[in-house]
Design a protein around this ligand. Structure first.
Ligand SMILES: [Ca+2]
Length: 200
């Protein structure tokens, strides 16, 4: 009887290990270790990567979780406010940087719309232009779709666009109404968004 109980115990442990949910826990632990400076990425701890936040802005980064690549597992998003998000994924048990911003001319964000989730790079803060590039990734970090939605109004004295400004969607000329319809069809994802999680 003791032997049977032991075998049942082994079988139960084996089954628990095979449940995919346990794999998710491992990814979450990797994100937590990274946030707690217990795991380095390219030789740098979380505190070292984001030390500029305190130095430049006297702020700490905020973190949240969202399924950016639509594979059913959440990625870690670190918001740096002015440059947007650093987005981290776990691939084959390893932490990787999926995407991040490049200064204030390519702020990194996440949008949902068109039935999918997109990583964005945008320039909404400089004069004469509103540029948005949406990139859809698969779970391996490969780009499967890119969309550009731009408004340009370099001659505008008040720095606002009007019907005569240049609007393009994937390089094709569109009207101001079409531009606004496209922009309204994508919703920006932040820590307060419905499917965003503060803790995993
Ligand atoms: Ca995911």
């Amino acid at each position: 009887m003791k032997k049977l109980k032991f075998l049942i115990g082994i079988a139960t442990a084996a089954i628990i290990m095979l449940i995919p949910g346990c794999g998710l826990k491992t990814d979450d632990n990797i994100y937590k270790q990274f946030i707690n400076d217990e795991l380095k990425l390219d030789g740098k701890t979380f505190s070292e990567i984001f030390s500029f936040m305190q130095e430049d802005f006297d702020m700490d980064p905020t973190t949240f979780y969202y399924d950016v690549d639509e594979d059913g597992k959440d990625e870690l998003l670190v918001s740096t406010f002015f440059y947007g998000y650093n987005i981290y994924d776990v691939r084959d048990g390893k932490l990787v940087l999926l995407d991040c911003g490049d200064g204030t001319a390519a702020v990194c964000g996440v949008y949902e719309g068109n039935g999918h989730v997109y990583v964005s790079h945008s320039d909404f803060s400089h004069a004469g232009r509103k540029l948005l590039t949406l990139t859809r990734y698969d779970k391996n970090g490969s780009v499967i779709e890119t969309i550009t939605i731009n408004a340009e109004y370099w001659d505008s004295e008040n720095d606002v666009y009007d019907e005569n400004s240049d609007f393009t969607y994937n390089g094709q000329k569109i009207t101001m109404q079409e531009y606004e319809n496209y922009m309204n069809s994508y919703v920006f994802i932040d820590p307060e968004s419905e499917k965003a999680k503060k803790e995993n």
